[in-house]
Design a protein around this ligand. Structure first.
Ligand code: ATP
Ligand code: MG
Length: 554
């Protein structure tokens, strides 16, 4: 009980609480019903956390059900990825995985029942004619000339559809409801159509497939779902949901409740659009770390906990809204700030030669500034080191707390150095900064009271390791790409920048997906796909602060 109360309430919890209090239900049973026609995205995570989270909190059950009635767009690859993503998010479905296709026999019988009751008919209008006859929001629809066929004819024709006697588009089964209903979904919706396509679960057994609205409510009822939660665009469909269940012989009568979809700025969430990004090679696959997919976020270094926390913070309401990308980033930043070991990497290297330091020293540096239990690591300090080009200026005002010619700075975990002179190439680029170090400043301030304010990170030239570091930015340049005529035209050309970086040697052997804070540059993780033993690849998960705020003082 205390766990239930600890979670923020929402209108769905209030409905459940009331249903339990009234004795309408003795327990709850939810389901997450993805169509296996793409990879799951962060919007699905909202639905997963809601459905599985409710089942957990109320000691109920939650099914994973593949809503697989459209074999043309579905694939077993998607089935597998969806299972993996749900598990990775930390949830487990109750019992076996369900497939709507498991119910094709039942669905067929219920369709026959509707025909027998005079509530469904086989229509031979073409799909275009059906659309035309349907009317519009302003205009009522017209009855099909096939609407008044006898029950016997309809039964025979439906059997003929099933037996492959009609070509695609030549016949369909429609519910007989009301062509002048103010709800367009109620204007004799198509409930079965002919598709000569092999199904990933049922093979070639069927050449007619049930439509979503007919399938979904019956699948819910067959599984004993108590609260069927879906997004707001299905609000009108609830009438059809109830109509089907009211007109067939079935005991369980689940109730559908709608909540608002998650929309996230600077990204798209429709699987059709995400699919287009993949097939047109605008990104590198469904798990490209710039994608809002669960697999993309995982590869980018997001943790399951950070995504669950995000879903909890956005809450569940009926208001449509657009969430700032920064709120998602804040969740992973807070998580990694606590859990990620620190390390040093130089992304835009320039060489520093410490002329009065000849040997090599192994320094011991703590892995986390406030967590001694996370231990320490050995970092080699040598005469030649890399620092960020940006961390050096020939001249600068007092606000610039990094290395300036003639001035001092502290090297993180090491000594205070002073820049004495520089060397440039023929184009005027700085190639080497010659420094001297103060041997009496390891872990302490200069003895004579000199104040050294700045601290910069560094990596040994001799002992450092080359690595690719991928910096990601928003995938789109506009907050709501879906509202554009051509959303793909607003892709951010700088959404991926690859740096040839140098990393400290302790990072060799880091495991796939392991996250680190690279001091002063952000949170990074080992790319699970492209890293090899010889070449580590790191993905930037998120910057240290909101990436659109100013990163460093001038
Ligand atoms: P898309 O528009 O991305 O294709 P969909 O709704 O067609 O999404 P489904 O696989 O049918 O995708 O979705 C499975 C479940 O996830 C549904 O209950 C759906 O309402 C929910 N869902 C999908 N997108 C979102 C979203 N952006 N926010 C919240 N829930 C979502
Ligand atoms: Mg859908």
């Amino acid at each position: 009980m205390s766990e239930v109360e600890a979670r923020p309430s929402n209108f769905i919890r209030q409905i459940i609480d009331k249903d339990l209090a009234d004795g309408k239900h003795t327990g709850i049973h939810t389901r997450f019903p993805p169509e296996p026609n793409g990879y799951l995205h962060i919007g699905h995570a909202k639905s997963i956390c809601l459905n599985f989270g409710l089942a957990q909190d109320y000691q109920g059950q939650c099914n994973l059900r593949f809503d697989d009635t459209n074999p043309a767009k579905e694939d077993i690859e998607y089935v597998e990825s969806i299972k993996a993503d749900v598990k990775w998010l930390g949830f487990n479905w109750d019992g076996d995985i369900c497939y709507s296709s498991n119910y094709f026999d039942d669905l067929y019988s219920y369709a026959v029942e509707l025909i027998e009751k005079g509530l469904a008919y086989v229509d031979e209008l073409s799909p275009d004619e059906i659309r035309e006859y349907r009317g519009s929001l302003k205009q009522p629809g017209k009855n099909s000339p096939y609407r008044s066929r006898s029950v016997e004819d309809n039964l025979a024709l439906f059997e003929k559809m099933r037996a492959g006697g009609f070509e695609e588009g030549k016949a369909c089964l429609r519910a007989k409801i009301d062509m002048s209903s103010s709800f367009i979904v109620m204007r004799d919706p198509v409930i079965y159509r002919v598709r000569f396509i092999e199904h990933h679960q049922t093979g070639n057994k069927w050449c007619i497939y049930p439509m979503y609205d007919f399938t979904h409510c019956i699948s819910d009822a067959l599984e004993g779902i108590t609260h069927s939660l879906c997004t707001l665009e299905f609000q009108d469909n609830r009438r059809l949901y109830d109509w089907v269940l009211d007109n067939i012989t079935i005991e369980c009568k689940p109730h559908q409740y709608e909540f608002s979809r998650l929309n996230l700025e600077y990204t798209v969430m429709s699987k059709r659009k995400l699919n287009q990004l993949v097939t047109e090679n605008l990104v590198n696959g469904w798990d490209d770390p710039r994608m809002p997919t669960i697999s993309g976020l995982r590869r980018r270094g997001f943790t399951p906990g950070s995504i669950r926390e995000f879903c909890s913070r956005i809450g569940v309401t009926k208001q449509d809204n657009m969430i700032e990308f920064g709120s998602l980033e804040a969740c992973i930043r807070e998580d990694l700030n606590e859990s990620a070991p620190r390390a040093m990497a130089v992304l835009d290297p320039v060489k520093v030669v410490i002329e009065n330091f000849q040997s090599e020293e192994i320094l011991t540096i703590s892995n986390h500034p406030n967590k001694p239990e996370m231990g320490t690591r050995a970092v080699p300090f040598t005469r030649d080191i890399w620092i960020e080009a940006d961390d050096f200026r020939e001249e600068a005002n007092k606000k610039y707390k990094r290395l300036v010619l003639g001035k001092e700075v502290r090297l993180r975990g090491a000594y205070v150095v002073q820049a004495n002179r520089i060397e440039k190439d023929s184009e005027g680029n700085i190639t080497t900064i010659f420094c001297s170090y103060d041997p009496d400043t390891l872990g302490k301030n200069p003895a004579d009271g000199r104040k050294v304010k700045g601290v910069i990170h560094w990596v040994s030239v001799d002992k450092g390791i080359a690595a690719d570091v991928r910096l990601y930015d928003r995938l789109f340049t506009v907050p709501n790409p879906a509202a554009e005529d051509d959303f793909a035209a607003t892709i951010n050309a700088d959404s991926l920048i690859v740096k040839q970086a140098f990393i400290e040697p302790s990072l060799v052997g880091a495991s796939e997906g392991q996250g680190f804070q690279f001091e002063r540059t952000g949170y990074f993780c080992v790319d699970a796909k492209d890293s090899t033993d010889d070449q580590l690849v790191f993905n930037r998960t998120v910057g240290l602060r909101d990436t659109w705020a100013k990163i460093d003082a001038e």
